[in-house]
Design a binder for this molecule. Sequence first.
Ligand SMILES: [Zn+2]
Length: 492
Amino acid sequence: MSQQPTGGTPNDDRPTAPNRRNFLLSSAAVTAGAVGTHVLPGTAAAQPGNGAGNDWPDGPGERVRPHQPDAELRAILAEVDEQRIEAIVRKLASFGTRHTLSAQDDPERGVGAARDWIAEEMRRYAEASGGRMTVTVPSYVQEPASRIPEPTRISNVVATLRGDTDPNRVYVVSGHYDSRASDPMDATSDAPGADDDASGVAVAMELARITATRRSQATLVFAAVAGEEQGLYGAAFLARQFAEAGSDVQGMFTCDIVGSSTADDGTRDPRSVRLFAQGPPTTEAPERAETRRTIGGDNDSPARQLGRFVHENGHRSATGMDVRVIYRLDRYLRGGDHRAFLEEGFPAARFTEPNEDYAHQHQDVREEGGVQYGDLPEFCDFGYIAGVARVNAATLWPLAQAPSVPRDVVVDTSGLTNDTTLSWSPGSGTAPEGYEVVWRPTAEPFWTHVIAVGDTTSATIDLSKDNVIFGVRAVAASGHRSPAVFPFPPEA
Ligand SMILES: [Zn+2]
């Protein structure tokens, strides 16, 4: 028998047999146990070694289980409306083109008409919020650059649901409302941009509508950004505005090309959505990056922790969808708006459909050799977009109701030991009810074990830091958990 389940979780009513092989030492760690209500009992035992590697090492804690949505989130998920999503995609396609260089003052056609319609819709949603949701259209003039021939106004449409208790902590979901034809500089040809990216805008708008009537702890931002196809300009502007305001953006998701699950060969995968999550942050200071390499932290960037959070919360039994986390910034040869946030040092990731059909992206609308080209609404699957919206809701809502991630998470490396001492500080906002230490074998992609350590800022776990990856996360009284934070040794 490789391991006894650990006691200490309130819904674990079997006789508990704490022993040294489980966890101990931090006084608070053993006694608190008041958190962890999502941890299911009785499943912690790993299988005896079969040589596969990932069952080793043995160690303390309960098996990590997918989080199940609470009543409020279930209500949110039930409100996601496929027909509204379809109406948004068709409306956006009806503006002919939404190219960033197209008309900004024509009421019928072009990027300006689309901008005004999105803002008007979002303002209508915000009316239900009792003043907590505000809609703005921040803009700036982009000077000439490779795909910007003359000074061009870039406008975002931003709906902000202000958090009740921790308003400076922000989570963002975005789609880009600009579109393009075959030639990235062609501002006049039809560019319906249904999949790329009216689908992502529809996700952001639908979630704005549904959450407008609700109270959130942290702030949620629903954005339709412009200039993506010309060089991520709108997203970079939005990220810069957050950075300049000192906002604590703890998660950003771009939904870009989330409109269909059908590949060019007809293969369908309507239950999967890919989430692209970057490895080591490119913005990390050189000394920190060197430490990360040395201690094997290359799979534990904040973006990867966000990916693990999506995997744990957006799973099929909650959303009808499987989240396929891909440990990569983006697809080959492609880019997206999450990159602009990563470059400001904010954790961010990209949702994209599982298969792409390149006849319906970045293509002039035309028939050629019996094939219909162009990014037309008829090639979208609106039920699929609704599924992606549910995955986003099942991620963003719990993030914004959970405590902040813990700060200054440190692993004690002052001596050679076969156990592990972790310490941390609380993040901003309402104090969490407690904390959990999570861990996994180094070759595992997702957290495998969780140990409730209670309302404390340090814990010693009877498991060698040399053999596994640890993380620390905060738990609210409501049961919502933050993403985990990977510990670094104390800075010299
Ligand atoms: Zn796109």
